[in-house]
Design a protein around this ligand. Sequence first.
Ligand code: HEM
Length: 423
Amino acid sequence: MATLMDSKSAGFKFSAKLGATRAILRAFGVFGDPFTRLLQGQEDPYPLYAKVRQRGPVHRSHLGTWVTGSHELGTRILRDRTLFLNREQGGVPGHEMMAEIPWNSSILGLDPPDHTRLRRLAQPAFGPRMISKYRVQVEKLCNGLLDELSTRDGFDLIEDFAGPLPLLVIGELLGVPEEYHDRFIRAGRKVGPVIDGVKSLKMARDFRGAVDDLDQVFTELIELRAKDPGDDLISRLTVANEEGKLSTEELLAFCTVLAVTGFETTTNLIGNAVLAMTGDRAQWDLLREDPDLAPRAVEETLRYDSPALQAQRVPHGDIALAGHHIRANSSVVVLIGAANRDPEVYDDPDRFDLTRENPAEHLSFSGGIHYCIGAPLARMEGETALRVLAERLPDLRVAGPVVRRSSPVISGCTRLPVSGTPG
Ligand code: HEM
C-alpha cells in the first residue's frame, strides 16, 4: 500500500513538473525567444536556428541559458577545457526530467578525471582494428535485413532496416550472445527514444522498466563474461572492474548509455540520409551511379540534418564569451544543427550537396574530450548501409507519409515508408 501511495505521489509530482515546464516554455515562446521555441520541439528547427544566429555569436535566452549557433564559437566552446558537463555541485544541467537515466555515473555525464579513466578503458573497442573487424559483419547484417524484405514490395526504412541495424551492431560490440538478443533488442528499443526527453508519466515508467531489463541482461552477461571472457567490450570492462579500474555501477551505466547513444543516432543518420537524397533525385542518382560516394553522403547528412542537435557545457568560474560575461555554473548550449548550417563556413548551407568540399567540418559528433567515441562506428555503419541500399535498391523512393520527430535534441524519422524490392 505504502509503495502504491509512494508511486502515485511520485507520479503526481512528475506530472506537475512536466506541466509547469510546458507552461514556462509556452509563455517564453510567445515572447519570441527562439531557444525556448526550439525546446518546445519543431519538425523543422532550421528557420529558428537562423534566428539564433542573427542574435550574434552567443546570446542569453529568456530561460537564462546561453546559446550559440555559431560554428566558430561552438567549436571553441566544445574544445574548451574550462567548460564542463556538470555544475560544480554535480548533476547534468537540464536533465532533471531524465533523472532515471544513469548519466551521471556514465562517460556521458562525467568530467575529468573520472571521464578520462572511463574513456581510456573503452577506447580500444572503437579503434581501427575493431572497426575493420565489424565492417564485414555490418555488411552481412545489412544484406541479411534486406534479404528478409526481398519478397515485399515496399517497407518501412526505419522499422525494417535502419532501426534494427545499430541494435545488432551494438549487440556484437558488447558481446551479447544470440540467446539474449530478443530481450536486449526489446529493452533497447524502449530506452532509445528517451534521448528526446521524458515526455509523459507512461514514458518514464516504460523507460524505468526498460532500464531495469537492460540492467538485468547486462548483470547476467557480466557474470557470464567473468567466467568466459571474449573479444568484446563487456569482457574488457569486466576485467577492468575486477582490477578495480571502474566500479560495477559505472560498468552498468556505460553499457546502458551505449544503448541510448548508439541506437537512435545511427538509425537517424541512415534515415536522414535516405530522406535527403531521395528528396533531391539528382543526389540519390550520384550515389546510385557511384556507391563509393557513400562516405561523402554520410558527412553531408551529418552536416545537413544532424541526428544530434545540441551539446551543453558549464563553466566552473566566470568566463567571457564573444564579449559577454558568463557567470560560473551557467548553462551554455551549442546548437549543433545551427552551427552546421553557418553561412560563415558553408556556401549555400541549406542545400544538401554531395559534392560539397568541406562537409566533414560539421559539429555533429561534438568536439574536445567528449568527441563521440562511437563516431568511427557510426560512420562505418552509415557508409555500409547506404552503399548496400544504393546497390540493391537503385530505384528507392519515399512511398508514403513520413513521420519526423519534433525533438529539440535529436533529428530523425519514426516512419519512413519506401518503395521497391531489394535485388
Ligand atoms: C550518427 C551517430 C552519432 C551521433 C550523431 C553521435 C553524437 C554524439 C555527440 C554529439 C556526443 C557528444 C555530446 C557532448 O559533447 O556533450 C556523443 C558522445 C558519445 N557518443 Fe555518440 N553519436 C553517434 C553514434 C554513437 C555510437 C554508434 C556510439 C556507440 C556505440 C556512441 C557513443 C557515444 C558515447 C559513449 C559518447 C560519450 C563520449 C564522451 O563523453 O567521452 N555514439 N555522441
